[in-house]
Every structure is written in C-alpha cells, then in structure tokens.
Design a protein. Structure first.
Length: 365
C-alpha cells in the first residue's frame, strides 16, 4: 500500500440534503457492485486504504479537502448498506459525535440478527481502536468520528477522525484487521493528516515498548505513592528539551483511576487501555513516571505518514453535475441488475475500461 501524508484543512459548510441522498444511492451502487465482483471482505481493504477512501469521497461529490468528506462519506455508506439489506454481507456501525457512542449496540444488534457470535469481540475491538487514537496517540487531535465496518467472517475496518482545534486541520486514522498483529505496537493501516506537528506522545510506536511495560508495572503499584511522585515532578523545573512536560494533574481524579488499576492490575498495555476512566492524562502521567523513575522514554515519532468525477460540493473545480451524477447511478444499477442475472460482461467491460484509463491517462488541459 502507498504511504504518505495528506493535508486535510477544515472548511465551513456541509453537504446539502439533495447531495447526501445522491451519495447514498451512488455509494450503495458502487459497493454492491464491488461486493458482487470481489466479496465483502475485499471491500474492507479498500475502505481501509486512505487514498482510495479519499478518491471515493471525491467521486461522491466532495472536493479533495472539503470539510465533512470523511463523516459524510461514512454516513452515506452506512445508510446505503442499511437500505440494501443484510444480504450484502457488509455492515456498518458508529458515526459522528453522539452516534459514535451507539457503535457497541449497533454491532451487537447486527450480530444478534444474523446469529453471529462475533458481537462481544467486535465491540471490544471498537473500544480498543478508539482508545488507542484518543489516548495512546496524543497528537493534539480530538476524536469526534468513529465508523466501524465488518463482515460475517469477523474481518473489520475502522475509519475515524480527529480535529485539531488549534490549526483547524483534521486527521484520519485507518485500521484493518488483517494488518493488526498488535493493537499497541504499530497497529494502524495508515494515518492521514497534517505532518507539521508539535512534539507528540506516541505510545503505540515500536520504540515505546519499554515505556509501555514500565507503565503496566507502575499501574499495579500503590496509587498514593504514584500521586506523591507526580506532585514532586510537577514542582520541578525540567529542562526545555525534556520530551514530556509535567502538567497540572488533578490528584484526586488521578488517584481514583490508579486505584482501579491497583485493585485489578492489568496484564498488559491493551488491558490498561481498556480500563474505564483511564484517559490521556492518566496515560501521560504514567509515561512521565516511567521516564523519570525507570528512564524509559516513549516515542515521539509522528505517526502520520484525486481527481473529480462529479464536481465538488463547494463548487471546486466546478459545481456538482447532477446529470452526470444520475447517469453514473443508472449505469451502475444496470450493471448490478445484469450481474445478478449472470450477465457480467458489462462489469468486465468497466474493469477493462478502468485498466485502460490507468495505462493511458487523459492529457491534462
């Protein structure tokens, strides 16, 4: 898979209702055709690819950097899958803001309806993925969107996004089950965002492994002792180059959280992340203690490493062309109907056309 960095500046405005309805129809047609051609598991590979996903959003009517491309594209896909039914074998849960909190219930509902025993494991995966990007990777981006896609086989993909209030940029985090051998050691399929970042704390980098181990050890120690040490550090005048800055922690809240870890010591960093109430500040405090008490310094490595088919919602490079948009929907619907009847020639023709276009790109104007 290609790797790189994309800047995603946030702009005002949102997709009008008429465009969202078109996006639902077109995305549903595209995904159904892809499922028929390659199967639902393969579709997750595409959704987890940040470059394909960005191009997909542009095809649906967004400028490459339009505000809302991620959230609206995921919302349209979720609605499209709901309309087309469970027979497609591709399911979506979660979304933006308050909707993201419904992810566990939505996953459980689909699994119960289909009689799958995957619900509990997938719910825990959803929680862990969200916790990694909201607490273990402290890059200044506050998560506000979590979309969870999965299939009957148990394969899953996650697309979630955070916003940086200071620089008005968004950062998108992509996950794929096939690419995850560990949730806490280089787990991401890819991260797209603004690469010009201040020093960040990356606890899921490979270089952070000794620090993670030390944090698990500290979590099992007396909370009174740890809070006392934090208070000592908070009063020190640390040098400018010190990578973790001492913050003003709330001792009472910190002690309450650490009491939970002390009473039920986590066996590893994954279990530590899943402890309820343990957020970015507690992890930062433990990382600071691991550095000061054990000399284990975590990683501060930055984790982040198309064309227009129908125009863009903001009018760039031109307003959405409704006639062309509808023609695309109609063409895909005809392909789906004919493929259902066993006549896949048009599908093959479209694939051949795509391959030809890739080999022979249109000349630039």
């Amino acid at each position: 898979m290609k790797t790189g960095v994309a800047h995603l500046p946030l702009h005002g405005g949102k997709a009008p209702r008429w465009l969202f309805e078109k996006m639902v129809t077109l995305s549903g047609a595209i995904l159904e055709l892809m499922v028929m051609d390659q199967g639902p598991d393969k579709v997750l590979d595409y959704l987890s690819n940040p470059f394909w996903f960005q191009a997909f959003g542009c095809v649906l009517g967004f400028d490459w950097h339009s505000s809302g491309l991620t959230t609206t594209t995921c919302g349209a896909v979720k609605e499209a899958l709901k309309k087309r039914g469970l027979d497609m074998g591709l399911f979506a849960a979660g979304g933006k803001g308050k909707t993201s909190r419904k992810t566990p219930d939505e996953i459980t509902s689909v699994c119960d309806t289909l009689g799958l025993s995957l619900g509990e494991a997938l719910v825990q995966t959803s929680r862990l993925v969200a916790k990694v990007d909201s607490a273990a990777v402290q890059d200044g981006y506050q998560l506000y969107h979590h979309a969870f896609f999965f299939t009957r086989s148990g394969k899953w993909a996650v697309v979630q996004q955070g916003m940086h209030a200071g620089n008005r940029y968004a950062r998108r985090y992509h996950w794929l089950s096939d690419a995850v051998s560990s949730f806490v050691d280089e787990p991401h399929k890819a991260i797209l965002g603004n690469h010009r970042q201040e020093t960040i704390l990356n606890l899921v980098a490979r270089r952070s492994r000794p620090s993670r181990d030390a944090m698990v050890t500290l979590a099992a120690q007396s909370p009174e002792r740890l809070v006392t040490e934090i208070k000592k550090i908070d009063t020190l005048s640390l040098p400018r180059h010190h990578p973790i800055h001492a913050e003003t922690f709330r001792p009472a809240h910190l002690e309450k959280t650490l009491l939970t870890t002390y009473e039920t010591p986590p066996e590893g960093f994954e279990e530590l992340l899943l402890i309820r109430g343990l957020g970015p500040k507690t992890l930062r405090a433990l990382a600071l203690l691991s550095e000061v008490m054990f000399g284990e310094i975590p990683s501060f490595r930055e984790p982040a490493v198309y064309s227009f088919a129908h125009g863009g919602k903001d009018g760039h490079p031109y307003p959405v062309d409704l006639k062309t948009y509808q023609n695309s929907i109609d063409t895909l619907d005809r392909c789906i109907q004919q493929a259902r009847l066993g006549r896949g020639d048009k599908v093959k023709s479209l694939k051949a056309l795509a391959a030809f276009t890739k080999r022979n790109p249109a000349p630039s104007c």
